[in-house]
Write a protein that binds this ligand. Structure first.
Ligand code: PEP
Ligand code: MG
Length: 886
């Protein structure tokens, strides 16, 4: 097997084997661009080295052969005493990891070749400057010596010579620096700086391979979701010298502005400098345009090459170049990273320029990028250190005064951040009133997180370093910083960071656009909004999947429609009983006699009716899937411990409250160790008489009222959490009976599809029997994930998920991106067997995954009819559904 490839042996599509840099160098070489000759040691060699602890045995001979070729081409020998060839050694993985791994330049210099280099170039100063660079880079990256030690020597030398910077050091001063550097190497490693060029090269190659696994590289990969097992390639290239005098230099450039996507030439140039100097910020570079004055010929040539590369890659390219005594050399190119805004703008520009088609344009933007554009953000220029970090549960930026309970949040008015240890349904008014929510417990599917995401509110949960003291109305950070009620804090739901004080927030013009709040001029003036709006049109034209919204109120429904939803895929009716109305549900659950129960149901009916009328009105002509009540009881009943303490204290004071005593009795009776697996969903509907009938009646009467008003309401009634067909059939009978009764009473027949959620493995595995009775399925992938993995959706993200992510057991939480292999298999089985029994079975998904980009592609692949997600994610799902279809 070969591990080494000359630049002219590869091409741009070999990023896996040659890394991004290697593939780019190969492509430029093939295009006939001025690339210094060199070769790439493949990622495969890296994987071998990292797993075996040594380089592949055949590698040394391969490198020798390629070096020989290189030497022949340059007419020089590596590190020779006379006119030496030097090489650079650079990392380059499949996915770019800027600055994360190592680079060593000027390999081949030693005490003899430095003299030869001076003679050959006619510049002693240059040769000694290069030598000191080699020892500095080699010392810190290969030998692991603290870079600050070298930095200190250089500073001292500059001071002693009255020099303003490294450029002002003369040859003698640089000789002194080299001597001091060599001393550092000897002192710290116990051996002299290696003089043998080939040994330098080998050590550098190993160091680059090792740098794949440094802490910072691992953190970066985790963040960017780059697999840990790819390894990096190493590029060995004949050195060209940007530090060979004033007519030399080095620069980086982009073919368009990667921040905004605006056309033009963007970059930095630094004369008399080498390699990393530009990015390292040693001296301040000048804008690339200045090169036009400094070296017009090279500038013209550079622009020609940049235009050629952009046309060739049909995308934004970033490049690195060096000018050696007026001769331009290309050192790197790749398709450049860009911001979300630039991605949208450039996709449209390339489309309009005829370089790419609509499918390619859609492929170049992502739902995640659109999501970024949709959240208000902290002013990018801010500088502040977070006081705590939690789980980023709902993106965006929120600033407000800290309040520690819901009632205060609702009353305070103005901008508040609701700070709770965890949230309960009682907190809903506070959540609605707040700009953002911060909790010290819970994960991404905790109540606070789900509700906040549904509302598009910024939310950070599980910041477990925070001590939240609701009684004292303050929080304390691990460092002892105290934030009291009324103090301002800022939370970042994209990063999970919490800051003390105010950080400026800018609203998202893209959301203003979706909300219909931009006028035509504002729309025209904003190129990002324009690009997004056009992309949405293309996505809608191409997508096969329907996109519905999870919406529980008329307001949500209205927004869902503005955001382009094709209907409501999940109306969680228990959400209609949060806040004020919660006590009715409590009373219903606790009712001991039929009379008590009927009384509560009679109170609930008009409320439900009103809710449904509102939603149907907003969703006229579109399907509205209403799920029968599914309250995990712990979310609706008082906490057992708190209530026990309250009753015990009251008893001790001799003030027994009969109501509380009775409540306690009932709470004890209904207390469950695992409420998520307890009396909820269809189970509740089957054991609490009258509950389902009341809901169905409300749905049917509301629909009848809208029909009477001339509308076209399209209710679909959905049964939650069934394990098999028996539960569903019982429910179906009751639903049909009520629909029939209402039709008799009103004279209006409401046609409602009756279907079920599939959110338990047993339901998925028996889908063929269920679909004989159900007209539609909607996958509740939150519960299906919980029950397939056996992970409590309430607890895991704050407990062992961080460790699981760290260990690479999964790259993202399965509650966020669907676990295709396991949960997805159940979904596929249910789709297949459900449709086998009923060909026109309508199938959707309404778990959180319905708005997750990668999951949307999976749902498209396996043939679902629609996905349903929170209104704010509707545009994201539309875009991804379009991308999935091209
Ligand atoms: C689900 O389980 O995926 C679902 C949509 O229902 P809920 O989140 O309300 O349990
Ligand atoms: Mg569920």
């Amino acid at each position: 097997r070969r591990f080494v490839f000359a630049f002219n042996e590869g091409d741009k599509d070999q990023r896996e084997l040659l890394g991004g840099k290697g593939a780019g160098l190969a492509e430029m070489t093939n295009l006939g661009l001025p690339v210094p000759p060199g070769f790439t040691v493949s990622t495969e060699a890296c994987r071998y080295y990292l797993s075996q602890g040594e380089l592949p045995p055949s590698l040394a001979a391969e490198i020798d052969a390629h070096l020989k070729r290189l030497e022949a081409e340059r007419g020089k020998r590596l590190g020779a005493a006379e006119d030496p060839m030097l090489v650079s050694v650079r990392s380059g993985a499949k996915f770019s990891m800027p600055g994360m791994m190592e680079t060593v330049l000027d390999i081949g210099l030693n005490d003899a070749s430095v003299v030869g280099l001076a003679k050959a170039t006619g510049s002693e100063r240059f040769a000694w400057d290069s030598y000191r660079r080699l020892i500095q880079m080699f010392g810190s990256t290969v030998l692991g010596i603290d870079a600050a030690r070298f930095g200190a020597v250089l500073d001292d030398a500059e001071r002693a010579n009255g020099a303003a910077g490294d450029l002002d050091l003369d040859t003698d001063a640089l000789r002194g620096v080299v001597k001091a550097y060599k001393g550092i190497v000897r002192d710290t490693t116990g051996r002299d700086f290696p003089q043998e060029p080939r040994e330098q090269l080998d050590m550098a190659v190993r160091a680059v391979f090792r740098s794949w696994n440094t802490e910072r590289a691992r953190i970066y990969r985790r963040q960017e979701r780059i697999p840990h097992d790819l390894g990096t390639a190493v590029n060995v290239m004949a050195m060209v010298y940007g530090n060979l005098g004033p007519d030399s230099g080095t620069g980086v450039a982009f073919t368009r502005d990667p921040a905004t996507g605006a056309p033009g030439v963007y970059g930095d140039y630094l004369s008399e400098a080498q390699g990393e100097d530009v990015v390292a910020g040693i001296r301040s570079p000048v804008p690339l345009e200045d090169l036009e004055q400094l070296d017009p010929a090279s500038f013209t040539e550079l622009r020609r090459i940049m235009a050629m590369l952009e046309g060739h890659y049909r995308d934004l390219c970033d490049i690195e170049f060096t000018i050696e005594r007026g001769k331009l050399w290309m050192l790197q190119t790749r398709v450049g990273k860009r911001t979300a805004a630039a991605a949208f703008r450039m996709a449209i520009q390339f489309l309009d320029d005829g370089l790419i088609d609509v499918g390619e344009a859609l492929a170049r933007v992502t739902g995640d990028q659109l999501a970024q554009l949709m959240f208000p953000q902290f002013d990018p220029g801010f500088e502040a250190k977070p006081i705590a970090t939690g789980v980023p549960a709902s993106p965006g930026a929120a600033v407000g005064t800290a309040v520690f309970d819901s009632a205060t949040a609702a009353q305070t008015g103005g901008k508040v951040i609701l700070v709770r240890r965890e949230t309960s349904p009682d907190d809903l008014p506070g959540i609605i009133a707040a700009e953002g929510i911060l909790t010290s417990r819970g994960g991404k599917t905790s109540h606070a997180a789900v509700v906040a995401r549904g509302m598009g509110k910024t939310c950070v949960v599980g910041a477990d370093d925070l001590e939240i003291d609701t009684d004292q109305r303050r929080l304390t950070t691990a460092d002892g910083v105290v934030v009291r009620e009324g103090d301002t804090i800022s939370i970042d739901g994209t990063s999970g960071c919490v800051y003390a004080g105010t950080i400026d927030v800018v609203p998202s013009p893209v959301v203003e656009y979706f909300e219909g709040r931009l006028d035509v001029d504002e729309h025209r003036r904003d190129p990002v909004v324009q690009a997004v709006s056009r992309m949405m049109i293309y996505a809608d034209e191409h997508r096969r999947l329907g996109v519905h919204a999870n919406a529980d109120t008329a307001d949500d429904a209205k927004r869902a429609r503005r955001f382009g939803a094709d209907g409501i895929g999940l109306c969680r009716t228990e959400h209609m009983f949060l806040g004020e109305r919660r006590h009715h549900v409590e009373a219903l659950i606790l009712a001991e006699t039929a009379a008590e129960r009927d009384k509560v149901l009679a109170e609930l009916l008009p409320m439900q009716l009103g809710d449904f009328v509102g939603i149907f009105t907003e969703m006229d002509g579109l399907p509205v899937t209403i799920r029968l009540i599914d309250p995990p009881l712990h979310e609706f009943l008082p906490d057992l411990t708190e209530l026990s303490v309250k009753v015990a204290l009251a008893e001790a004071r001799g003030e027994v409250d009969e109501g509380d005593v009775r409540l306690l009795r009932a709470v004890k009776r209904l207390h469950e160790q695992n409420p998520m697996l307890g009396l909820r969903g269809v189970r509740l509907g089957l054991v609490v008489p009258g509950l389902v009938a009341m809901q169905v009646r409300a749905i049917a009467e509301a629909a009848a009222a809208r029909i009477r008003a001339g509308d076209d309401p399209r209710p679909e009634i959905m049964v939650p959490l069934i394990g098999g067909t028996e539960e569903f059939e019982l429910m179906r009978e009751e639903i049909e009976r009520v629909l029939h009764d209402v039709a008799e009473a009103t004279g209006i027949e409401v046609r409602a599809k009756i279907g079920t959620m599939i959110e338990l493995p047993r339901a998925a595995l028996t889908a063929g029997r269920i679909s004989r009775h159900a007209e539609f399925f909607s996958f509740g992938t939150n519960d299906l994930t919980q029950t397939t993995w056996g992970f409590s959706r309430d607890d895991v993200e704050g407990s062992f998920f961080p460790a699981y992510l760290e260990k690479g057991i999964f790259v993202t939480s399965p509650f966020e991106s669907l676990d295709e292999e396991g949960v997805g298999r159940l979904v596929s089985i249910a789709v297949e067997e459900g449709r086998a029994a009923r060909e026109n079975l309508l199938i959707g998904v309404c778990g959180e995954h319905g708005g997750d980009p990668s999951s949307v592609h999976f749902f498209d692949r396996i043939g679902l009819d629609y996905v349903s997600c929170s209104p704010f994610r509707v545009p994201i799902a539309r875009l991804e559904a379009g991308r999935a279809a091209v």
